[in-house]
Write a protein that binds this ligand. Structure first.
Ligand SMILES: Nc1nc2c(c(=O)[nH]1)N[C@H]1C(S)=C(S)[C@@H](COP(=O)(O)O)O[C@H]1N2
Ligand SMILES: [Mo]
Length: 576
């Protein structure tokens, strides 16, 4: 079920009926979805619909390619996991000698129409990439998700390439080259690419201090040495985590609106930003935002996982201001009755995947309705309107809950008896035991991560740094935080591998509950052995007396989420 994102329900035979085709606005705003989803079901040929890709034919090809590559990629992720382990360079899949997609003398020539005829198992499944034509039928038979890849049959995968730069891994191209059967008719190679702009070209500029993990989509973290400098993380250096290009909302165009749907469609609202601001009292919350994958790189040292190679900076603390979600839900008829105890609130962003599915997520309705839960629809971050990277004009702030649920560029809210059926809700942001791997996993067996466990980090000094002692002492600084509003009650540090522990000073004020912000900590510890490497360990205890496990080993999970073991760094210590 978790390859569902690869299934296009609108496809019939060899023609793709992508619901996205009718949803995309005209050129120049191709990444902004103006109408809400779910209401249209395009069941006709939409070849004449234009959009930012240039023309409909190309768009369809893009859709085909997208899904095929998604299939290849899915297969690739499951079977060649080392490609994600950037530290394990020696294990990386090698490329074939020839340039993927280049013209190969002696192979038959096929026209793109010919390629298009091969779109199912009886005809064989062909795709093209640059000058290359590939018969991926045998691959489909091997593919665990089988028929899903069929959905992309008969088209060029190229447009998809520029959308997900991450797919340009040598391994995937090499994998494709193994299925090479011919060359595309000269002159048709770039058909699919013509006029196709880089969908990331309109991404905003970013502060150079951010440590970039991927450029397209943009993912970058804050250096931890800067994180610890202030209780509130400045917006410009706040970590950024995107799945897709950044939507560009022009409020003056009047296109932007937030749709809110209660359980019954009768109770629904459509608000523009001004209406939201004036109809509902503003509420401010200071809350830390942390990615589920923060500290994944530490877990990868045990064994590679799949995901962005985050250090400890995929977290920050900010002041958020907006309307209380509770107030908005009351306005669409939602009450505090026990009956809706197990319901959910779904959120859709304006950003969409290549099949036009929006980034979508849900949270439990109880959290949304809790008057003490502080969930807000935020239009301000740190006293300014949200920046594009952080969700302009509106995002959900779900204090105490993992970052993935804080949907940016929010355009739709729906109360539902079921969780969001998106890929991100169902098939990602879940954790499994260390013996569960991609070939065994059943995503439906684990609940979505909502509240996060307690964590702590040494930000200063950094791992590997040379540290000068002052009066025989080492100065340590860092952050600690727990999910669910549980405040940090204690931070323990050790410089002798846990033989003795010292209680650190908490720098920022803490409450026992409704504590959404992080707490910085500091300690000045005597170090016995100088002139050699010293390990520094930190762990925190929250108001539920939960603490962190010692090692990442038994926490390891294939997706590399919730990496919350003791933070251990090594520094070399010198007498001043
Ligand atoms: N619409 C949308 N919302 C999103 C995402 C996204 O890609 N699209 N990424 C999520 C994830 S995984 C995280 S960790 C946070 C990151 O928020 P930030 O970029 O403001 O730090 O946004 C969440 N909200
Ligand atoms: Mo995240």
């Amino acid at each position: 079920m978790c390859s569902q994102m690869l299934i296009n329900p609108f496809r019939k035979g060899c023609v793709i009926f992508s619901k996205g085709l009718t949803r995309r606005p005209p050129a120049n705003s191709s990444w902004i979805r103006t109408s809400s989803h779910g209401t249209q079901s395009s069941n006709s040929h939409d070849f004449h619909e234009k959009d930012g890709y240039g023309n409909s034919r190309r768009l369809t090809i893009a859709g085909l390619g997208a899904i095929t590559v998604a299939g290849l990629y899915y297969y690739y992720k499951k079977n060649i996991p080392t490609v994600w382990a950037h530290e394990n360079k020696e294990n990386e899949v090698t490329t074939t000698a020839r340039e993927p997609g280049s013209f190969v003398e002696g192979l038959p020539i096929y026209s793109s129409d010919e390629v298009a005829k091969h779109c199912n198992e009886s005809t064989g499944v062909w795709i093209s990439y640059k000058s290359g034509v590939y018969d991926i039928t045998p691959f489909i038979k091997m593919h665990p998700g089988g028929n899903k890849i069929l959905l992309g049959a008969g088209g060029s995968v190229e447009p998809f390439w520029s959308l997900y730069a991450i797919h340009q891994q040598p391994g995937i191209l090499a994998l494709m080259e193994e299925y090479r059967i011919g060359n595309l008719t000269k002159g048709e190679e770039h058909l699919a690419m013509a006029n196709m702009d880089d969908p990331y070209a309109n991404d905003p500029r970013r502060h150079p201090v951010l440590v970039v993990r991927t450029k397209k989509p943009f993912n970058a973290e804050t250096p931890t040495s800067l994180l610890v400098e202030s209780f509130i993380t400045p917006t410009d250096i706040f970590y950024v985590r995107h799945h897709f290009p950044v939507p560009d909302v022009d409020l003056s165009s009047g296109d932007y609106s937030l749709e809110v749907i209660g359980l019954d469609e009768k109770y629904s609202l459509n608000l523009n930003l001004d209406q939201l601001k004036t109809a509902y009292a503003p509420h401010s919350v200071t809350a830390a935002l942390q990615c589920s994958g923060n500290r994944r790189s530490e877990m990868n040292r045990v064994k590679p996982t799949k995901g962005l190679e985050w250090g400890q900076g995929a977290m920050g603390n900010a002041v958020w201001k907006g309307a209380r979600l509770r107030d908005v839900l009351l306005a669409v008829g939602i009450t505090d009755s026990d009956e809706n105890e197990n319901w959910h609130v779904r959120f859709d962003g304006l950003d969409t995947d290549p099949t036009s599915a929006p980034y979508a997520i849900s949270i439990p309705l109880t959290k949304a309705m809790d008057p003490r839960g502080d969930v807000i629809l935020a239009y301000e971050m740190n006293g300014e309107p949200l920046t594009r990277d952080h969700g302009f004009p509106l995002r959900v702030v779900v204090p105490g809950t993992t970052g993935a649920r804080w949907v940016k560029w929010l355009t739709r809210i729906e109360v539902s008896r079921n969780e969001s059926d998106s890929h991100w809700q169902q098939c990602d942001y879940k954790s499994f035991n260390p013996s569960t791997d991609w070939d065994k996993v059943d995503f439906s067996t684990a609940p979505a991560i909502q509240e996060m466990p307690v964590t702590s980090v040494v930000c200063d000094p950094q791992n590997g740094e040379k540290v000068k002692l002052k009066d025989g002492k080492i100065k340590l600084r860092g952050y600690a935080w727990s999910g669910g509003g549980r405040g940090i009650v204690r931070v323990d540090v050790s410089v002798d591998l846990g033989k003795t522990w010292h209680v650190a000073e908490l720098v920022d004020p803490v409450k026992l509950s409704k504590q959404w912000a992080w707490t910085r900590w500091q300690a000045n510890l005597p170090v016995q052995t100088t002139g050699q490497e010293t390990e520094v360990w930190v762990r925190a205890v929250d108001s539920g007396y939960n603490t962190q496990p010692e090692g990442m080993e038994h926490l390891w999970n294939m997706r590399g989420v919730l990496a919350v073991a003791y933070h251990k760094i090594k520094v070399s210590v010198e007498e001043n």
